[in-house]
Design a protein around this ligand. Structure first.
Ligand SMILES: Cc1ncc(COP(=O)(O)O)c(C=O)c1O
Length: 288
């Protein structure tokens, strides 16, 4: 409160609350689990001096529709409504996790909920969706570097890794959509990204040409998943993982020295611009 920007009125302080209302399906992404370190529970606030605060914040959703926001708001009203209703609190931040760009998302309900909250408490309402803004805006291109069988399983080893490049595949766990790209096979050193939709063949969950896709690291569990393709895979085949632009890009590691993929921008006219190439020196310089 002694900060000059607070004193000048430029800075406002908010408190993250835990409405203790779990709506998601993945415990790893649930800030409402018992013993959570994300957000203060209503009972912890009893008798606490809240002077200096002007906002409340919750972030409890992950890839969810507005019905879950509605039930979360019911819990917020029940546990924290007395605070929001006091003149001290001027804003409520409803965090992220709102899947507002999905075709099935009920945006009318979101608008109603925002309006109702503003009118009920006289507060400003903030939303901070992240993933919804960047969803389906980028792919991760992978090459098959080897194909073999082990104990009745067919394996395809890729030049990308679950653990190093898409850790949510192991942590969440999350199953990315994979496409086999035919058009590029004749040109293994061809463009970094291929967008012609007709050349994409989505992999299925089961089928004749079933492969366990694995990364090149030493982690035994560096497995992206079992996918069935329209034909047998061979070294050199190009696979494209959909929806890799947001958390996947920021959560990568250089475990085992597996190289980072280049970051390439594809312009509307199809031209490619390499934004960043990662070299051995990048890997070395992080460590020394
Ligand atoms: C406090 C907070 N707000 C917003 C977000 C963005 O969430 P999402 O990308 O799921 O919309 C996050 C992500 O973890 C977060 O922790």
């Amino acid at each position: 409160m002694a900060h000059p920007r607070y004193q000048s009125g430029e800075l406002h302080c908010g408190l993250r609350i835990n409405p203790q209302h779990s709506t998601g399906s993945t415990p790893l992404y649930d800030p409402c689990v018992a013993g959570s370190r994300l957000g203060i529970t209503a009972d912890q606030l009893e008798g606490v001096d809240l002077s200096g605060l002007s906002g409340l914040h919750f972030h409890t959703l992950c890839e969810q529709n507005s019905d879950d926001l509605e039930s979360t708001l019911d819990a917020v009203h029940q546990r924290f409504g007395h605070l929001l209703g006091s003149p001290q609190f001027t804003y409520l931040n409803m965090g992220g996790g709102h899947w507002i760009t999905k075709p099935f998302y009920d945006r009318d309900r979101l608008v109603r909920l925002v309006r109702e909250t503003r009118e009920r408490y006289g507060v400003e309402v903030w939303l901070e969706p992240g993933e919804a803004v960047a969803i389906h805006t980028g792919v991760l291109r992978a090459r098959v570097i080897d194909v073999f069988e082990s104990a009745g399983h067919r394996l395809a080893i890729l030049d990308v890794s679950g653990t190093a490049h898409m850790p949510d595949v192991l942590e969440m766990p999350y199953r990315p959509d994979v496409y086999l790209v035919e058009a590029d096979n004749a040109n293994p050193s061809g463009p970094a990204v291929v967008i012609e939709a007709e050349s994409y063949h989505p992999a299925a969950e089961s089928g004749e040409h079933l492969y366990r896709l694995g990364g090149p690291t030493c982690l035994a569990g560096d497995v992206i998943g079992d996918y069935a393709f329209p034909r047998p895979l061979a070294p050199g085949d190009l696979l494209v993982f959909d929806d890799m632009a947001h958390y996947t890009m920021v959560k990568t590691t250089t475990f085992n020295g597996v190289p980072h993929p280049d970051i390439v921008l594809q312009h509307e006219d199809g031209t490619l611009e390499t934004i960043r190439e990662f070299t051995y020196e990048d890997f070395r310089d992080r460590l020394s």
